[in-house]
Design a protein around this ligand. Structure first.
Ligand code: F6R
Length: 599
């Protein structure tokens, strides 16, 4: 997730772009850059770190420009450094582009362009766009060359491009990454999100996938890659700045819950390729892995617990899962041929870092699943698999959790195939279900108002119990954690079979019990557990993937192994609405920090 701002019009625009980028820093702040058009030339300035570093450079250079593109980066391909910062140029520095998203087929495109003599400067997937435009310009004008380029790239993108020889013109394209046009009196803006131009205009056009935009000074045209006009409505946005930053949602947490289909999709996209390319291990190395340690904290620990079921079930290798704070201070009889996997959204959690250091000292290979490129954990790891969520702002983790599961599930299935524990046909069958996740997640999101109503029924209660079995047990723990951390209520998750061994004593008349009841061999057992607590007065709310139960929260059924990733979204909504009803500070709950950098 990066931020793009572009402008072409009658106003001097270096400040407009810098101000716009500052408003988009919530989308990433590893580095920032700007390309300004002046006298048939493009001047590009970049700075590592926050936009204010770029601002100082821009002020020093005092370049007067009326057409420019800017970018604030959240690193995905290539570490955060000046060379990998956007904008990227072609070989002759006459083309400049900014990109948000992932170009899936950049590797073959790059190889082909290199064969034709193009020299690449960065490690990014994005640079390929500038070189492709350059190549296509050999036979046609900017508009046609840009459209041809968009036909050649695959993936998710919002792209804006300048060409020095056609001054005042910006070409842009959108597919699966956001891009909004801001129509002001004296010029036209393009941005990843409305806050970037809200100070200048509230007239916004939300572009659709497949749209190409051509801006020339104060005019714009929207068409498709075959230059067929696409009529789009101009909306009047009546948001204040803070609401706009949250995309119109009341809280970042709600926005991030809704972002999950996109972050799952972006993450899945990066998991395509050979086993070695994606997971950084040869099949020979994989065959030597005799077991896996999964170590993490909080929500990431719950993702790890869930992954244990997948790794043991599909790859049939033993897995130990432990919270990092315990792992660190225990004498461990390390097995040297086990793989150590650390899971962390921030990559800066002190307990997880300490546990990694222990594992490294013991000579273990360290793999991490992380959301922040260049963070401490990625630097300590031998291999890093990234979740592609963009910055997670709400303290309560939501989209990072489901993306961690996407990565770990993909690893489990691919490892199972590499070890010969799944046949290619079995693998294909399971993997095609995993790839349906983004669409299935949207179905869970459509339960929003139903879950809100359920929350209204119980938000005055004091104690909440979450029950699950097998891979839904970690989801019960996660549901309880979400509820406690943002609503400050007492909530506990249990393995449903365990409640009769003690915890059932806390059930009294009206205690809400959220029960995760997927189809399959344990469905009957879960239903019996529900009866047990009901008989003691509990108010049972079931989360089910079988259709017939009207009162239950319904989760779409694809394959049993997807139930945890889908059902957790329902519990995120549940926690969110209870916290809202209780008037809590949802995005910044008391006593908590987003990243816990002390042990
Ligand atoms: C809960 C939450 C925390 C984090 C934990 C680990 O919503 O966000 O429990 O999951 O502090 O943080 P990371 O994943 O950054 O290592």
């Amino acid at each position: 997730m990066c931020g793009i701002v572009a402008y072409s019009g009658k106003k001097e625009c270096s400040k407009l772009i810098i101000d716009g980028l500052k408003k988009l820093e919530y989308r990433g702040y590893d580095s920032a850059g700007i390309s300004l058009e002046k006298d048939n030339e493009i001047i590009t300035l970049k700075a590592v770190g926050r936009v204010e570093n770029l601002e100082k450079l821009v002020k020093k250079e005092e370049i007067q420009s009326f057409c420019a593109i800017g970018h604030t980066r959240w690193a995905t391909h290539g570490k955060p450094c000046e060379i990998n910062s956007h904008p990227h140029n072609d070989c002759t520095d006459t083309i400049s582009i900014v990109h948000n998203g992932i170009i899936e087929n950049y590797a073959p495109l790059k190889a082909e362009l290199e064969r034709k003599g193009h020299i690449f400067k960065s490690q990014t997937d994005s640079e390929v766009v500038a070189h492709l435009i350059e190549e296509n310009l050999k036979t046609q004008d900017f508009t046609h060359a840009f459209c041809q380029t968009i036909k050649q790239v695959r993936g998710a993108y919002a792209i804006a491009a300048l060409y020095a020889k056609e001054p005042g013109k910006i070409m842009a394209a959108k597919n699966q990454s956001p891009l909004v046009l801001g129509v002001a009196k004296d010029g036209v803006f393009l941005a990843s999100d409305v806050p970037a131009f809200l100070a200048h205009t509230n007239k916004a056009i939300f572009l659709e996938d497949g749209d190409i935009v051509q801006i020339e000074i104060s005019t714009y045209k929207i068409f498709n890659t075959d230059l067929k006009a696409q009529p789009r409505k101009v909306n009047e946005v009546n948001w204040d700045f803070t609401t706009a930053q949250k995309g119109g949602y009341k809280h970042f947490m709600l926005k991030e819950i809704y972002e999950q289909p996109r972050s799952a999709q972006d993450t899945l996209r990066t998991l395509k390729g050979s086993f070695e390319q994606v997971f950084g291990l040869t099949k020979k190395e994989a065959k030597k892995i005799k077991g896996v340690y999964l170590v993490a904290c909080g929500t990431a620990y719950h993702a790890s617990l869930c992954a244990k079921y997948m790794l043991e079930d599909f790859a049939q290798i033993p897995v130990e899962v432990e919270t990092a704070s315990e792992f660190k201070y225990r004498k461990i009889a390390f097995c040297k041929d086990w793989l150590f996997i650390a899971v962390s959204q921030s990559g800066e959690t002190a307990d997880t870092i300490a546990a990694i250091k222990n594992a490294k000292e013991a000579g273990l290979k360290v793999m991490s699943v992380c959301n922040v490129v260049g963070s401490t954990i990625t630097r300590l790891s031998d291999i890093t698999l990234y979740t592609h969520c963009g910055p997670e702002i709400s303290v309560a983790s939501t989209k990072a959790f489901t993306s961690q599961l996407v990565v770990l599930y993909s690893f489990a299935l691919n490892l199972a195939l590499a070890l010969g524990r799944l046949t290619q046909t079995e693998f294909d069958n399971l993997y095609s279900s995993l790839e349906k996740l983004p669409e299935l997640m949207k179905e869970v999101l459509s339960q929003d108002s139903k879950i809100k109503e359920l929350a209204k029924e119980v938000f005055t209660k004091k104690d909440f119990i979450f029950l699950g079995r097998n891979s839904s047990y970690p989801i019960a723990l996660e549901g309880a954690l979400k509820l406690k951390e943002i609503s400050y209520l007492h909530a506990e998750g249990f393995a449903a079979g365990e409640i009769k061994h003690g915890p059932i004593a806390v059930i009294e008349e009206g205690t809400p019990v959220l029960a995760l009841v997927p189809q399959g061999v344990l469905e009957e057992k879960m239903l019996s557990n529900c009866q047990e607590v009901k008989a003691r007065g509990a108010q049972v709310i079931m989360i089910r993937d079988s259709k017939e139960k009207a009162k239950a929260i319904h989760i779409p059924f694809e394959k049993e192994f997807l139930f945890p990733i889908l059902s957790v979204i329902a519990l995120q909504f549940f926690a969110y609405y209870i916290a809202v009803l209780k008037g809590r500070d949802v995005d910044r709950p008391r006593n908590l920090a987003k990243s816990v950098t002390v042990e």
